[in-house]
Write a protein that binds this ligand. Structure first.
Ligand SMILES: [Zn+2]
Length: 267
């Protein structure tokens, strides 16, 4: 009887220890993702952007932080009182650890953890995509432009802060990524007279341009994101919507695509 009781006691103790270990590991995981500046503490600041980075101090990153802030100033939803943290990771090892701790699938070039207000971007991943495609098409995943990728991840934070995480989670993929691509790029697009919506529709429909994507993603996320950005740009810049209008369920990709093609044909 006594040995049975001591066995139960030992099992309860083991169980409690296991729970404690799991809680400690969870606390470590959350702490690293919430305060990555514990490990990645070099930083430069420009406007609303604080760019943390690993490795040696690098003066070029001041220019990069400025370019990101400039891009976002051009999006129409810029708020100079914001403070957005970006972790630009040069070390593939550190980036992989952050991706794993965030429980992400695959190895994206960047990601945003809106719960903690932190965005992460891999320098080597962004550069590899740009090198494999010659940086084309512009305003796509293949551009290989750090300022674009960083602005994209910070724009995820803009949208979740503005609409709320609950609304954000229920949005279809084309709206989530389209809104973010719009915010990240529109400031630059407006300064480029060759980057009209019709010209970029030609790029979208040119299979040759997207050949570099073969083997990278079976789902063609690069082209999907590119089109999503165009659809949101059409809704906001041509049809006069704001982000709060875009989230309505009545706004669909099928209808928006059809309206955009009618608009283009009538020009
Ligand atoms: Zn995204």
């Amino acid at each position: 009887m006594r040995s049975k009781r001591s066995l139960v006691r030992r099992m309860v103790k083991c169980g409690l220890r296991l729970v404690l270990v799991i809680l400690v590991l969870f606390a470590v995981q959350v702490s690293i993702l919430a305060y990555p500046q514990m490990f990645v503490h070099n930083k430069v600041e420009s406007g609303t952007i604080t760019l943390y980075y690993d490795g040696a101090p690098n003066a070029d990153l001041e220019q990069l932080a400025w370019m990101v802030d400039q891009r976002l100033q051009g999006c129409g939803y810029y708020d100079s009182t914001r403070a957005d943290r970006v972790f630009l990771i040069h070390s593939d090892g550190i980036y992989d650890i952050l991706v794993r701790l965030s429980l992400l699938h695959g190895r994206p070039q960047g990601f945003n953890l809106s719960l903690f207000g932190n965005s992460f971007v891999s320098v080597s991943r962004v550069r590899a995509l740009g090198e494999s495609s010659g940086g084309l098409p512009r305003f796509s995943i293949w551009e290989g432009d750090l300022a674009h990728t960083i602005a994209h991840e910070v724009a995820h934070q803009y949208v979740t802060d503005r609409l709320g995480r609950g609304v954000w989670r229920r949005l279809p993929h084309w709206k989530r990524e389209g809104m973010v691509e719009y915010l990240a790029n529109i400031g630059v697009i407006r300064q480029d007279t060759s980057a009209t919506i019709p010209n970029r529709l030609d790029v979208l429909n040119n299979d040759h341009v997207w050949r570099a994507t073969q083997g990278w993603s079976d789902k063609g996320w690069d082209r999907i994101h590119y089109e999503a950005g165009l659809l949101i740009e059409f809704l906001i810049d041509i049809q006069g919507y704001i982000l709060e209008d875009v989230i309505a369920e009545s706004v669909t990709d099928v209808d928006t695509r059809a309206a955009m093609l009618v608009w283009r044909a009538g020009r």
